[in-house]
Design a protein. Structure first.
Length: 79
């Protein structure tokens, strides 16, 4: 007796998740509209932490001086 049913199925590797360009923390900030500046934060560190480009942060926050961020200041992350 020959069984052909098992030969018809193509064996493939289980699907793998594609590497995400963001980290878990960055996805968290993608949902919120504002970021509250912490002591020691710079615009570059906020951009790295949230996954939002420095130029985007500057465009969304034109009245904020990136060289003198203050703790508890709110930065807009998205419109």
């Amino acid at each position: 007796m020959v069984v052909h049913e098992g030969l018809k199925k193509k064996h493939s590797a289980p699907p793998t998740q594609a590497a995400s360009p963001t980290t878990r923390g960055q996805r968290k900030y993608a949902r919120v509209k504002f970021y509250v500046v912490q002591p020691g934060d710079t615009l570059t560190s906020i951009a790295r932490h949230t996954g939002i480009a420095v130029t985007t942060l500057e465009a969304l926050n034109p009245k904020i001086d990136p060289n003198s961020l203050q703790a508890r200041q709110r930065l807009r992350l998205r419109q």
